[in-house]
Design a protein around this ligand. Structure first.
Ligand code: GLY
Length: 281
């Protein structure tokens, strides 16, 4: 089977005034998807999605890992999840501070029975696995926070979905949240609404977490594919339901049949896919 991979970098500004940022994000996605595809050729889907999302977390153009948005109390709290379509195991880390790669904690949690951790205990777990203190803040985010630039927030979550050469699927998603949120708020990214995979399909979401959770987006799309709908129809039907309450979301997905699809409620999602060649938008 031909391996396939698709990644997203969330949304770029709706203002249309910062095309440079959009192009920079697309260039970064193009490079990361090519590196991740090369990695996927010699690794499993679940290893490849963790790798791709860790590269996205390390790129400060995106709202995940380094470059994450700042919450209303001035702190960064990050969330990430991974799901292995082979074992149907979901693992995640919620609202963690002071680490470099939240997705690597989620990946490690796949090995544990208690596979979703939050808050200070998640941080203790991360330190226990050898993850050192790291400040993910960049000066631009602090400036946006101080200017109360809400327009700069609510975008940039990252994610990856992969189908490996043996037909195995996986999804991973990571976020700094929506920016300016109340401390304690839970993002969709470390829930089955924002990240879901089984042996039929895998999906990662970006957008406003509350909307994504309300529409159970990723789990619903994967369930619909499991029940026989083609991936595009399953995703479009779910996005239509989101429209009923003017939800803001973007989706990437791959099915076990090799279908690859992306759709967004607002045409600002940046993504890149690699199967027989690179495609970006
Ligand atoms: N989708 C990221 C969030 O709303 O937290």
């Amino acid at each position: 089977m031909e391996p396939k991979i698709i990644i997203h970098g969330g949304f770029f500004s709706e203002s249309g005034t910062n095309d440079d940022v959009k192009h920079a994000k697309q260039e970064a996605l193009r490079e990361i998807v090519a590196r991740s595809y090369a990695y996927l050729k010699t690794h499993t889907a679940v290893e490849a999605v963790a790798y791709a999302v860790s590269l996205l977390e390390d790129c400060d153009l995106f709202n995940a890992g380094t470059g994450s948005q700042i919450q209303s109390d001035g702190k960064i709290r990050m969330s990430a999840a991974i799901m292995d379509g082979v074992t149907s195991k979901f693992a995640g880390v919620i609202n963690i501070e002071d680490v470099k790669n939240p997705v690597r904690i989620a990946e490690r949690l796949l090995e544990y029975e208690d596979s979703v951790l939050g808050g200070p205990e998640a941080l203790s777990f991360a330190r226990g696995m050898g993850m050192e203190h790291y400040d993910p803040e960049i000066p631009q985010r602090r400036q946006e926070f101080e200017e109360k630039s809400v327009a700069a927030a609510r975008k940039g979550t990252v994610g990856c979905v992969a189908l490996d050469g043996k037909g195995r699927l996986a999804a991973a998603t990571s976020t700094g949240g929506k920016g300016f949120e109340m401390p304690g708020r839970i993002s969709d990214s470390a829930t089955v609404a924002g990240n879901y995979a089984n042996s039929f399909a895998a999906v990662s979401c970006t957008g406003v977490g509350e909307n994504i959770v309300s529409a159970a987006v990723a789990a619903k799309i994967v369930t619909r594919v499991t029940d026989g709908l083609p991936l595009a129809e399953a995703a479009d039907k779910t996005m239509k339901e989101l429209k009923a309450f003017d939800g803001f979301a973007g989706v990437i997905g791959i099915s076990a049949k090799g279908e690859i699809y992306h759709v967004d409620s607002h045409p600002y999602m940046v993504w890149a896919a690699f199967s027989s060649g690179v495609e970006t938008f």
